[in-house]
Each structure stands twice: as structure tokens, then as C-alpha cells.
Design a protein around this ligand. Sequence first.
Ligand SMILES: *[C@@H]1O[C@H](CO)[C@@H](O)[C@H](O)[C@H]1NC(C)=O
Ligand SMILES: *[C@@H]1O[C@H](CO)[C@@H](O)[C@H](O)[C@H]1NC(C)=O
Ligand SMILES: *[C@@H]1O[C@H](CO)[C@@H](O)[C@H](O)[C@H]1NC(C)=O
Ligand SMILES: *[C@@H]1O[C@H](CO)[C@@H](O)[C@H](O)[C@H]1NC(C)=O
Length: 266
Amino acid sequence: MNSVRFHHSVIIMIVIVFMVLLCDLNCQTNAACISNANKSKCSIKYAQEIDLYASRIANVGKRGRFFPKNTIELEQFCMESKNMTNSMENYMKQCCERELGHVAKIYLYSLRKNTKTFCSKRNNKRSAMIAKLFAVAPCINQKIRDFQCLARFKNQTRQIMQYRDDKEKIRRSCCDWIECEEQFINDLPCINDEQHREFAVDLLRSSRGDTQRFLCGDFDETSDQCDHLKRLNSSLFDPKMRIDSRLESLVFIGLHLLDTIGQNPT
Ligand SMILES: *[C@@H]1O[C@H](CO)[C@@H](O)[C@H](O)[C@H]1NC(C)=O
Ligand SMILES: *[C@@H]1O[C@H](CO)[C@@H](O)[C@H](O)[C@H]1NC(C)=O
Ligand SMILES: *[C@@H]1O[C@H](CO)[C@@H](O)[C@H](O)[C@H]1NC(C)=O
Ligand SMILES: *[C@@H]1O[C@H](CO)[C@@H](O)[C@H](O)[C@H]1NC(C)=O
């Protein structure tokens, strides 16, 4: 487990270093994965369609989708997950710049892994997982659309994107996300059973995908790193960096954030 984690962190570090180097040579000012005139297929309209899938597949938030409570809903859920993941992959292949495409791949990989947990008939733990899913879904579903801190997190991230210290801004958004997620998890009083609670927590955490873990390293809920962040220096904000607010999903916000890496003279 730890070695897998380490392995992926190294890959991400390499990707980031690569992005920073590349950006020095030829820096993009376009929004992440929404393309320029030369890729007319990658329109804002297409991006918005994918943005909606990304919001649905993440489950939480006002555009989230409900978890299945029975076999019929599960079948629909699995089919939809598969379709949306494939559409997202097609889009990212066509429209993301190469370096962002690498990060997108890691995200898609973890989406597929999550889908397999409940949808692959070859998974021999599947029936036990499904039983737990059906047990916790009604409770989680009550809260899904009411994920209050999500809007705040998005605002925080849009602001921190303008910060001219790459390491610090990634850490900040990692910590802001953890704070939001913990708030949501601690606000599920309708789950009493300890085992179900643990399952629900894993389920919610898994939806952020492996990408977040790889990007954030130790800045997660298991350490106290987030309690010791540096103070932000207000003169390091660059208001010239504009964020496209038409795209609302965490995926696009994350890609946007990564797209600003290496654009700062430090
Ligand atoms: C599109 O391609 C043309 C010719 O290859 C190039 O001059 C132009 O800068 C490109 N535009 C963008 C937005 O990348
Ligand atoms: C998934 O895609 C297939 C083929 O494109 C389509 O027939 C099916 O209705 C889609 N299902 C859902 C749930 O979107
Ligand atoms: C986020 O920012 C928008 C635009 O500045 C604002 O209207 C909205 O109230 C903010 N939401 C939260 C939860 O901070
Ligand atoms: C804030 O950043 C500015 C510009 O880089 C720098 O001159 C200043 O010393 C920094 N202030 C602090 C308190 O670090």
C-alpha cells in the first residue's frame, strides 16, 4: 500500500516538474483543457457537458447523483458511470494539453477502479460491498445535494489559484478540501452502525479519486500538516490570473489549478 502510494507520488512529482519546465518554454494562457481556436472540437459547450458528468460522477454537490439503493438502481448507476467515464476520457484525450492529460489519466483510472468495486461481477467482494452500499445510500443521499462547504471550497480554490507560490497553493487547496470533506463526514448522524459509518467514509473519500492523494501527499486527514500552514502573503496574489467560472466541477477546477502551476515567476 505504502509503496504504491510512494510510487504514484513520484510520478506526480515528475509530472509537475515536467509541467513547470515546459511552461517556461511555452506557457498556456488558455483555460485548462478548453481549447484554442485550433481545436474547434473542444468548445466551451463540450467542456460544459463533461463538467456536468464530472459533477455527477463525484456524487456530492448540487449536481451530484444519488447512490443506488437497490439492484435496479445499481444497474443504471453502473451503466451511467461507465458511459460518463468513457465520455470524460474521450474529451480529455482530445482537449487536454499533454501534461494535464497525464493527471487526467490518473483520475480516470481511479474512477474506473471505484466503479469496479460495485459493478464488476469479477470482484469477489462485490456482494458484501453492495449490501453495505444499499444500507448507507438512503442516509448519504439525504445529504448529497446539501454539501454546503463545496461552494466555499470552490471559491477558496479560485482565489488561491492566483497565488504566486505553487507549492503553497497546492497545499492550501488540499487542506481546504480535507476540511470540507471532514465537515460532511461528521454530519451524517443517520448512520449509527460503526461498520457502516466506516464504509460510508471510505465511499465518500474514494470519490475524490487517487489524484488528490497523489497531489497532496502528507497534507491529508491523517496528519496534522494542515494545522501548520504558512501565512499567506497578500502581495503574492496575482489578480490578472482569470478563472473561467462557467466550469464548476472539482475536476475542472483541479485542472485549472494545475494549469496555473509554473506560470509564476518565483
Ligand atoms: C493556430 O495555428 C496557427 C497555425 O499553425 C498558429 O499560427 C496559431 O497561433 C494557432 N492558434 C492558437 C490559438 O493556438
Ligand atoms: C450508455 O451508453 C449506451 C451506448 O451509447 C446507451 O445505449 C445507454 O443508454 C447509455 N446509458 C446511460 C445510463 O447513460
Ligand atoms: C462564492 O463566490 C461567489 C462570487 O464571488 C459568491 O456569490 C458566493 O456567495 C460565494 N459562495 C460562498 C459559499 O462563499
Ligand atoms: C511578501 O512578498 C513580497 C514579494 O515577493 C516580498 O517582498 C515580501 O518580503 C513578502 N513578505 C513577507 C512577510 O514574507
